[in-house]
Design a protein around this ligand. Structure first.
Ligand code: SME
Length: 162
């Protein structure tokens, strides 16, 4: 594997994602397929999952949806907690190269070293997010960010069709 760029791999995975986009009949199938594909093909993506924003009792909550990897204790995350809460409340992608130096981090696995969380927008509002953890420090560069943001955008588009 190239030590500098994994652009060819990313291009291949993006093609797989586009095929999945055509074959998935629902947003749910698309999210399930994206978690499976990214987890299987991107070797440093050790935990891949979606959280969906729910508004029970007027307090918004990120609720775990489809995921691949070890079970996490964080199945429900309020917007003022964690890197997940930070991404959802700001509506911005958050990339953390070293989770041990980020006080917002909610630990899922002792092996996790870096994390990316990308909000999913539907009808202009945050509807959820795509969260990926890696056992490797600084695993998410610009190419990864673009790929993960692309996946989140496809899910947002599909949620809008509901
Ligand atoms: N690390 C996240 C919690 C979710 S787990 O990574 C699956 C956070 O800090 O919000």
């Amino acid at each position: 594997m190239s030590s500098t760029s994994h652009a060819p791999k990313i291009a291949e995975v993006r093609q797989d994602i586009d095929r999945l986009k055509s074959s998935a009949r629902t947003a749910d199938q698309l999210m399930e397929g994206i978690t499976r594909l990214l987890h299987e093909k991107m070797l440093k993506y050790n935990w891949v999952g979606f959280y969906l924003l729910e508004h029970a009792d007027d307090s918004p909550m990120l609720v775990l949806g489809h995921f691949q990897g070890a079970m996490t204790p964080h199945t429900r995350i309020p917007l003022n907690q964690g890197i997940c809460g930070a991404a959802a409340s700001s509506g911005r992608t958050v990339v953390v190269d070293d989770v041990s130096s980020d006080s917002r981090y909610l630990a899922c696995s002792l092996e996790t070293k870096s994390e990316i969380v990308v909000p999913v927008f539907a009808h202009g509002k945050v509807a959820g997010e795509l969260d990926i953890d890696s056992h490797f420090p600084a695993a998410f560069g610009n190419e990864d960010r673009e790929l993960v943001e692309y996946c989140a955008e496809l899910v947002g588009q599909r949620l809008e069709q509901k």
